[in-house]
Design a protein around this ligand. Structure first.
Ligand SMILES: C[S@@+](CC[C@H](N)C(=O)[O-])C[C@H]1O[C@@H](n2cnc3c(N)ncnc32)[C@H](O)[C@@H]1O
Length: 299
């Protein structure tokens, strides 16, 4: 299979510092969002005794890792599971006993290869099927939502997930257009949004927030995050650290509140949120919106 390799791991140095400064050694990392394994590979190279359990709900990510990080698999330091991280609990950890993670990394959102591959349907710049599923075994696609959900439901998605203040005209236009022809590809939806909500900022496509809201809905990203964070803390050893990278304010708010509510189980180490350095932001624009929060389980 042909793989698109490019995903630049974000804040890998800052995360490394949080791992190195832990009071327990880096023995077992659960990489809940493997992607292209940029973080996992970096820490496997750095910590010679580290083992990684890598999880991704996208089978392409898992297959990529099995090919390109094969040497670590042969050394019995890297193991894969193809799952939504909310279902990790259903996994039989034959290699590691549960609650033995020294570190857990959750790097939310989509990977660059997912966005760049037009057939995944995440991009409003490239034409592809209106899909947006991270796990292509899932039934619900973006097209199903756009073509069948009610006006109220669409408004909710764009307002709540996409933080679009006033999506009414776009939603009305979707409802009108789909009477004559269903939406099947990304550019017809992006084109409609561009037509109705014209460009306000040169570098900000009017479809950006709509596509984000839709993607979050297709993959139930916010509810999955809410459901999973607390169990991640349960998988940590005492002194272990849960490290979460988020990319928009809704995700970050969930992480912030959940960490606060878990104070009886440990400490939030990032009283002040950690952001990418100016140098990293220059090299990797995706890092501009990244926010890093870390929670340490009590000893
Ligand atoms: C930002 S990328 C991770 C990039 C990775 N850290 C790297 O350096 O290559 C996010 C990945 O997490 C996966 N993902 C997102 N939500 C997930 C979930 N609930 N369960 C499992 N994987 C998920 C996506 O499929 C995607 O491959």
């Amino acid at each position: 299979m042909e793989f698109n390799q490019g995903h630049v791991p974000i804040m890998k140095q800052e995360i490394l510092s949080f791992i190195k400064e832990s009071s327990i050694p880096a023995s077992f990392l659960l990489d809940a969002t493997f992607g292209r394994g940029g973080h996992s590979k970096y820490y496997l190279d750095y910590f010679k005794d580290l083992k990684v359990l890598a999880c991704d709900r996208d089978i392409e990510a898992v297959e990529y890792g099995q090919v390109y990080l094969k040497s670590f698999i042969e050394q019995k330091r890297l193991y894969f599971i193809h799952k939504n991280f909310k279902d990790i609990d259903t996994q039989d950890f034959s290699i590691f006993s549960k609650k033995e993670c020294s570190h857990i990394l959750v790097d939310l959102g989509v990977s660059s290869p997912q966005i760049d591959k037009d057939d995944r349907g995440f991009s409003f710049y490239k034409n592809g099927p209106l899909d947006m599923r991270m796990d292509r075994g899932q039934k619900l696609t973006a097209a199903d939502i756009i073509n069948t959900w009610s006006e109220k439901e669409l408004i909710n998605i764009f307002q709540q997930n996409g933080e679009v203040y006033s999506p009414y005209r776009v939603v009305r236009a979707i409802l009108e257009d789909r009477k004559s022809q269903l939406f099947t590809d990304t550019l017809s939806l992006a084109g409609l949004i561009e037509r109705v909500d014209s460009w306000r900022k040169k570098s900000f496509h009017p479809a950006t927030k709509y596509f984000m809201g839709l993607r979050i809905e297709v993959n139930s990203e916010l509810s999955v995050l809410k459901e999973s964070l607390e169990s991640f803390v349960d998988y940590l050893k005492p002194g272990g650290r849960l490290i979460v990278l988020s990319f928009h304010s809704l995700e970050d708010r969930i992480v912030k509140h959940l960490f606060k509510s878990l104070k009886h189980k440990g400490n939030v180490l990032t009283k002040k949120i950690v952001k990418a350095s100016d140098d990293e932001k220059k090299i990797n624009p995706r890092s501009r919106s990244a926010k890093l929060r870390v929670f340490e389980k009590a000893l």
